[in-house]
Design a protein around this ligand. Structure first.
Ligand SMILES: *[C@@H]1O[C@H](CO)[C@@H](O)[C@H](O)[C@H]1NC(C)=O
Ligand SMILES: *[C@@H]1O[C@H](CO)[C@@H](O)[C@H](O)[C@H]1NC(C)=O
Ligand SMILES: *[C@@H]1O[C@H](CO)[C@@H](O)[C@H](O)[C@H]1NC(C)=O
Length: 344
């Protein structure tokens, strides 16, 4: 007959202690869990609230009364039909590049040759500075191009008003070119391939100049030993440093190509009243940092400048005056900016 073990008083006490301790520990754990869970969900709620506030603050200015789902902050230049379903208006592959030319009918042949290089993969925008539009109608590409006709304005005046970054947002690269260029040796798609390959945010095709002559800036002169270059040696005294414009981080305003990102910055730098754009080139480096790497000249794709018209004396005076104004405005803005940073 098995004897029934009677627990001693001592082991009962130990048992009670173990049970008690376990209970307390469990309680503490549950408490920690509940409060952590509460804390975590409070953090979640706070993060969510911050996100909502952030989204509201970052809404396009003036849209506070609209639900964000209906706000369309960017647009494009793709042309739609007046009938059918909107979702079926556009072809599957849309141009990712934009080429804008400022043109007059006197240069019709030259412009025709130039624009013909850009078909199919480009949206073409034409700024007519002489107000003549109908006389381009016989050219096939003219039917799908976007014509903007406002007499006697400059390339930078048009660009500021009609190429707002939110309007040209779908385009990876934006060409803003003059009309007097010989593009015989240029393939725009190959050009873009190189700009992409070398990560150039701002670029231009190299300039081939007649033998024995020099371009206004040596940076743009074509080299035949490289695909692209990003610096040059200038005449003595022109460059503060070999990494600064016009020895590097520099292209001219005759045939610039901007990435979407760089254009957003450059557009903001263009002044409404300084229509000739003089001095913009020397400040492009502000919009593509480090400029020494992100601004360059594409040698493998090159152009010639045909220089059709020389500027009248009064216009030249204004150009120089604008340049001075731009310089002093920039210097003052820089000073203001530095002054407005609170001391540490
Ligand atoms: C250029 O356009 C053609 C025809 O529209 C298209 O098939 C091709 O993918 C485009 N190329 C680039 C680089 O966008
Ligand atoms: C441009 O400059 C960078 C920085 O010095 C250099 O590493 C790069 O090789 C240059 N690119 C070309 C194409 O010369
Ligand atoms: C610089 O600051 C002054 C004083 O606030 C202001 O009047 C001026 O317009 C500013 N200029 C520029 C270019 O930022």
């Amino acid at each position: 007959m098995a004897s029934k073990r009677v627990p001693s008083k001592q082991s009962l006490a130990i048992h009670l202690m173990v049970v008690g301790f376990t209970g307390v520990a469990l309680g503490v754990l549950i408490g920690i869990f509940i409060s952590w869970f509460g804390f975590a969900s409070r953090v979640d709620a706070e993060l969510w609230r911050l996100q909502v506030v952030h989204d509201r603050i970052n809404r396009p200015r003036g849209t506070e009364g609209l639900p964000s789902g209906i706000v369309v902050p960017e647009t494009d230049l793709y042309q739609r039909r007046l009938w059918g379903r909107p979702s079926e208006d556009l072809p599957d592959s849309l141009p990712k590049y934009l080429a804008a030319f400022t043109i007059g009918i006197k240069q019709k042949d030259m412009v025709n040759q130039a624009v013909s290089k850009f078909l199919s993969n480009f949206t073409i925008v034409l700024f007519h500075y002489d107000g003549v539009v109908d006389e381009w109608n016989d050219l096939e590409w003219s039917k799908t191009a976007i014509h903007i006709s406002i007499p006697r304005q400059t390339k930078w005046w048009y660009a500021k008003r009609f190429l707002h970054p939110d309007v040209v947002a779908p385009y990876d690269y934006i060409f803003i070119w003059d009309e007097d260029l010989d593009l015989e040796n240029l393939d725009p798609l190959k050009y873009i391939e190189l700009a992409r390959k070398y990560g150039l945010e701002i670029s231009q095709p190299a300039l081939e100049v007649p033998w024995g002559t020099e371009p206004s800036w040596r940076m743009t002169k074509r080299r035949d030993d490289v695909e692209v270059h990003n610096s040059t040696e200038e005449k003595k005294g022109r460059c503060e440093s070999p990494h600064r414009p016009p020895c590097a981080g520099f292209v001219e305003i005759m045939a610039p190509v901007f990435s979407r990102k760089a254009w957003r910055c450059v557009w903001h730098m263009i002044q409404n009243d300084l229509v000739h754009g003089w001095g913009i080139d020397l400040n492009l480096h502000r919009c593509a940092q480090p400029a020494y790497e992100k601004i360059g000249v594409v040698d493998a794709q090159w152009i010639k400048h045909r220089k059709v018209a020389t500027l009248g004396e009064k216009v030249q005076d204004r150009c120089r005056w604008e340049w001075d104004l731009f310089k002093s405005r920039f210097a003052e803005a820089d000073r203001n900016e530095t002054a407005s940073i609170p001391p540490a």
